[in-house]
Design a protein around this ligand. Sequence first.
Ligand code: ADP
Ligand code: MG
Length: 597
Amino acid sequence: MLRPLGVLGKRVRSLLAGVNFKLQGNQSSIISANKQDKGISLAFEGCCAIISALMISANNVSLQFGKRVLFDGVNITFNPGNCYGIIGANGSGKSTFLKILSGDLDTTSGAVSVAGGKRISVLKQDQFAFDEVTVLMTVVMGHKELYKVMKEKDELYSKPDFSDADGLRASELEGKFAEMNGWDADSEAGKLLSDLGISEDLHQQQMKQLEGSQKVRVLLAQALFGNPDILILDEPTNSLDVDTCNWLEEFLINFENTAIVVSHDRHFLDKVCTYVCDIDFGKIQMFSGNYSFWVEASQLALRQRSDANKKTEDKRKELQDFIARFSANASKARQATSRKKILEKLTLDEIKPSSRKYPFINFKPEREAGNDVLHIENLTKSIDGQLMFKNFSLHAHKGDKIAFVGPNDLVKTTLFQILMGELKADSGSFKWGVSTTQAYFPKDNQKYFEVDLNVVDWLRQYSVEKDENFVRGFLGRMLFTGEESLKKVKVLSGGEKVRCMLARMMLTNANVVILDEPTNHLDLEAITSLNKGMETFPGTILFSSHDHQLVQTAANRIIELTPGGYIDKMGLPYDQYLEDSRIKEQRHQLYSSLASS
Ligand SMILES: Nc1ncnc2c1ncn2[C@@H]1O[C@H](COP(=O)(O)OP(=O)(O)O)[C@@H](O)[C@H]1O
Ligand SMILES: [Mg+2]
C-alpha cells in the first residue's frame, strides 16, 4: 500500500521526490525503494526514524513566519493512552503547533510523522462550515474515510445505468464500509449527540437551525466520532457549558488513544492530562503529571535552587515527599492511576525550575464596608424582547464572594451593567450599602481603550496619586516594565488590555469587586494570580466566570441566574453544588421550564 507523504514536512518530501517506496499498512516502516544514492539513503534513514515513531511525533520541526521564529528544532513524541496538555503564553504558537501536527500547516523544516493507518481527528472551530448538512451527518463526517465511502456508495446505487464495473466497485466499497463499522455509524453518532445533550428531534435538522452553543457540541461530537487514533482539540472548553465540560473530561479520562489538547482551563487540564507540554521561546518541553503538578514542582525546584544552604539530600527528600503527596491525591480514575505510575517513576532531575513570571494581583480595600453591602429587590429585565431575569432578589453581606453561573452569559452581564448604572432595570430596585465602593471589570472593555495614550498615562487617569513611579508600580505588578509601559494602549493585545483593567481596579482600593468573565484573555499564570487575589481579598466579590477552578476556590456563594428563576446557595463549593442531587433536580426544573416556555 502506498501512503501519501502529506503529513511529512516540506523538506523530507522534497528529498524523497522521485523515489518510490512503500510503507506497510500498519507497521510504519519503509520496506522498499527502487533508487538509492547517498543523499537519498540518508533521507531514508531519517524518514525511517521518523515514521517508526509510536503514534505521532514532530522531528526537528522549525517554523518561521517572516522573520519570526515560532519553533526551532522541536522534537516531541505523543503516545497512546496519554492525554497531552499544551500550554504557553498567548501567541506562543499553541494553535500553530496543533495545525502542524494535523498536517494543516507545512513546517519550514523538519517533519511530522504519524504511525501507519492511524486516523487523526481535529475539533473544527468554524461554526458555519456545515450549515447545509444535517446534524447527524455532520457528526459522521468526522470520519472522513467512512464518509467518502458512504458518499461514493450512494452515488453508485442511485445511477440509472448500473454496470458490472459499478457492481464490482460497490462490493469493494461495501467491504470497506463494513470494515469501518459503517453499519453502526448512525447509531453511534446519535448516541454521542444525545450524550452531549443534543436531543433526538434535532438530529435530522440542518446545522444552521441550531444555536451557537448546540453547534459547538455537535462539532465536538464530530471530533470524537468513530474513536479516532489521535484526537486534537484546541481550547475545547471555551464555549462549553459546565455539564458538557464535565462530560468531556470523563470522555478524555477514559479515552485509550492519543489526545492532544490546548487549554487555559486549569480544572480541565488537571483532570485529563497525563503530560504537560510547555511552549516557550520556540521550544516545547514535556513534563510528566498534570498542570498543578507542573506548577508546584517547578516552583519548588526554583525555591530549592535559590536556597544554597540546604543539603542536596534534604532537597531530594523534599521533592520525593512532594511527589508522594501528589500521587496519593490522584483519584481512582484510570488515567489518574496511570498518572500516579508516571509520577512514581519520575527522577528528580526531570523537574526543572520554572522561568515563568506571575503577575501580582491584590485588591486592597481602603476601608471596610458595613455588613449591608447590596440589596436587590424583584429586579426584572429584558433585552431586545428576551427575558434575562424576573423578580431576582438578593441580600449580599460583607465577605460574600458570589459566583453567578448559568449558561447564558448575557444574563450575568446585564445584571452587572444594571448594578453599575450602565443599564436600567425594567422593574424592581437595588441599593448599594452606604459604605461601599465598587471596582468593576466589564466583559467588554473596548471603550476604555479608544484613546491616544500610552499605558502609563492611561492608568494615571484613574489614579488620585499622579506620580509616575507610583503608577508604574502598579503596572510592574502586572508585568508591564520599561518599554512595555510606553506602548500606546490602542495596540495592546486582548490579554494586555485585561491586565491594564486589573491594574486600574487595584488602584481604586474598592471594597466591592465586580468581575465579568475576567479570565477570558489571560494566560495560565495571570489566571492563577487573579485566583489568589480573589481568594485573599477581604471585601465582597460578585463575579461570573467559565473557569471552573476559579469558581470552585474563590466563591463562597453560588447563584445560578436564568430567565426561569434562580438558585442561591451559600457555603457550598461549586463541585458539591454540581453533584448535589437535590440541586440537580432544581437545576433540571429551571431548564425544563425554560425549554417549554
Ligand atoms: N499564517 C500566519 N502568518 C503569520 N503569522 C502568524 C500566522 N499564524 C499565526 N501567526 C502568528 O504566530 C503566533 C502564534 O499564533 P498562535 O499559534 O495562534 O498562538 P496561540 O494559539 O499560542 O495563542 C502569533 O503571534 C500569530 O500572530
Ligand atoms: Mg490559540
